[in-house]
Design a protein around this ligand. Structure first.
Ligand SMILES: Nc1nc2c(ncn2[C@@H]2O[C@H](COP(=O)(O)OP(=O)(O)O)[C@@H](O)[C@H]2O)c(=O)[nH]1
Ligand SMILES: [Mg+2]
Length: 589
């Protein structure tokens, strides 16, 4: 199937032509039929000579209903431009063409209708010249009469040729179905319709709806009036949603593949063509079937920042259109450059931003995004329309799903080394810098990034980052331990007295550091031995007649109760000795 939207001035015969081609009534409303004028979008379809199907989105031509027209053409990549032979090029011929041009529509066909009323030659020539100057370029033209049917076979053949030119839709892409109608079907509930431009929908699919917390589920699908289990792009589809009230959604909403779109109310865009210098400060942004008021902030010569009145699921590269509703005037097309732009707080930020935007063209640019964002989750980039794996462009996560600009990542690694060294200087007794303190110092959004930045000789131990020998002792403590060794090495079970420890500079913190480093053994507050004392003690005690008393142990070890009591208790805890009911002990062998 291919979908084509009509375009052209009111009363030039668009609906008549669709009716004549399809045998279906595009004007759905009683009021439209009574007034003989299209107000809202109409839908009809027919089989072409090739056997393919063309579906029409028939749009209103009246200037009052241009917003409806834009909702119809927004998601449709091909246009059937209709000009009446007897009236020629008219204001909404021009406005509709400007809209197609702004949206970058590249495929189209000219039908010069009412050819039974006047020579189609002049209207054809004028229209082709106008169209040739737009994104549509040179288009084929067919003269037709909806009244007599003249030219309809030629028009059908031309539609077939147009269909053959259209690019193949990407059915693997995520779904973004812009809703153009929503209504209630008795017994089925809410139904929405739209043009599925990419991706595939299946009954049972879960979809995301902007602003809804819960996913919505596809209960049924129709295309061309028939129920289907699935529909692939390009297609006109009607989607029956389970458990979604009708007032929850309408034209301008979008049904989305969950987790694949970033909802944004702030975008930086490039204006297409020759941007008017005096762009109004408020305009309406038309994209897909949505129309949202925006505030315009000029940045560069052809770039602006748009603040949207409500968030939309936009991607880098999206085309959209700005229109001044007061002046019935299409201000121009825009190309989305950034859907998550940085705030412009500082002085000079706007000028700097304009320079950045001057380099962007709306094509997803992985390396550029990494350079600008420095650190970003691959999922977040994907939701902006920038896949981490995109043809030859590929970024390996540095940790989890975090991607990093290589130069920034190197700088962070250097910064981490400096921070850890500084911390070691300022806190010589601590075994390294806590991971969370580092995370804050480096302003990193996730602990896993700190962990990934740690390289030998640094290492993570017990939630801290330090040199592999961070449990190596700071100089003064190491010297004090040396002194203990020198003074007590030959009487290993005599612990230094409290005032001797003070003399040596071994306060509680220094002792803590020495114990963590395995240089001292702490039996109790202010009772420390050299670490080999434990094994030596077991050897000495094993030489005693078993079981032995505390007093026997104290004598054999040549020490005091101050040491012997906690030493034996420690050996008990370690299972090297066992205390018997009568308080004597045996060495466990
Ligand atoms: N003579 C003649 N009248 C036509 C032709 N096409 C449309 N009309 C008439 O022109 C008027 C407007 O047609 P319509 O299809 O509603 O125009 P739209 O506003 O572009 O959809 C109607 O009265 C039609 O009957 C045609 O090819 N020949
Ligand atoms: Mg009409």
């Amino acid at each position: 199937m291919f979908v084509v939207a009509t375009a052209g001035h009111v009363d030039h015969g668009k609906s008549t032509l669709v009716r004549a081609l399809t045998g279906m009534e595009p004007d759905r409303w009683a009021e439209e039929r009574r007034r003989g004028m299209t107000i809202d979008l109409g839908f009809a379809w027919t089989t072409l000579p090739s056997g393919g199907t063309v579906a029409f989105v028939d749009v209103p031509g009246h200037e009052r209903f241009v917003p409806n027209m834009l909702a119809g053409v927004g998601p449709v990549p091909a246009a059937l431009i209709v000009v009446a032979a007897d009236e020629g090029w008219m204001p909404q011929s021009a406005e509709h063409l400007a809209a197609l041009d702004a949206l970058g529509v590249a495929y189209g066909l000219l039908a010069v209708t009412r050819a039974d009323l006047a020579d189609p030659g002049p209207a054809t020539a004028h229209a082709r010249a106008e169209i040739a100057a737009t994104s549509l370029g040179a288009v084929p033209a067919v003269a037709v009469s909806g009244l007599t049917g003249a030219g309809l076979p030629e028009l059908r053949a031309a539609l077939d040729r147009l269909a053959a030119q259209l690019p193949t839709p990407v059915v693997d892409d995520p779904v973004r179905l812009w809703v153009d109608r929503s209504f209630t079907v008795r017994g089925s509930g809410t139904v929405v319709t739209g043009t599925l431009g990419a991706g595939r929908l299946r009954v049972g699919d879960e979809l995301e709806l902007a602003g809804a917390d819960e996913p919505v589920r596809v209960r049924g699908l129709h295309s061309l009036g028939e129920a289907r289990a699935e529909a692939g792009a390009v297609a006109r589809v009607a989607v029956n949603l389970r458990g979604t009230p009708r007032d929850r959604l309408g034209r301008g909403d979008a049904l989305l593949t969950p987790g694949r779109f970033h909802h944004t109310d702030l975008v930086d865009v490039r204006l297409a063509g020759d941007p008017a210098a005096d762009l109004p400060a408020t305009l309406t942004l038309h994209v897909g079937s949505a129309a949202v008021p925006v505030r315009v902030r000029p940045l560069g010569p052809d770039t602006v920042r748009l603040r949207l009145a409500r968030p939309l699921p936009l991607l880098v590269g999206d085309r959209a259109l700005l229109r001044d509703p007061g002046r019935h005037h299409v201000s121009g097309g825009v190309r989305v450059l950034d859907v998550a732009p940085p705030p412009l707080g500082r002085r000079g930020a706007a000028a700097a931003r304009a320079q950045v935007l001057a380099e962007l063209d709306g094509r997803p640019d992985l390396a550029g995004e990494l350079r600008r964002r420095r650190l970003v989750r691959s999922g977040a980039l994907l939701r902006m329309g920038v896949p981490a794996q995109n043809g030859p462009a590929y970024a390996e996560p540095v940790a989890g799903d975090w991607l990093a600009d290589p130069a920034h990542w190197r700088r962070l690694g250097e910064q981490l080394t400096e921070e850890v060294a500084r911390h070691a200087r300022e806190h010589p007794l601590e075994p390294g810098m806590p991971v969370d303190a580092l995370r804050q110092r480096l302003a990193l959004p996730d602990r896993v990034l700190v962990e990934a930045l740690v390289r030998p000789p640094l290492r993570i131990h017990a939630g801290r980052v330090g040199a592999a020998g961070a449990d190596a002792l700071p100089e003064p403590v190491a010297r004090a331990v040396q002194r203990v060794r020198a003074e007590y090495g030959d009487r290993p079970f005599r612990a230094p007295e409290a005032d001797r420890l003070v003399d040596l500079g071994l306060g509680p913190r220094e002792i803590g550091a020495a114990v963590r480093a395995g240089a001292l053994l702490r039996l109790a507050d202010n009772v420390v031995l050299l670490p080999d004392a434990l094994d030596d003690a077991v050897r000495v005690l094993a030489g005693l007649p078993q079981p032995f008393t505390l007093s026997a142990a104290r004598q054999a070890l040549d020490t005091t109760r101050r040491v012997a009591v906690p030493l034996l208790e420690l050996l008990d805890r370690r299972g090297a000795t066992r205390r018997l009911p009568d308080d004597a002990r045996i060495v466990v062998t």
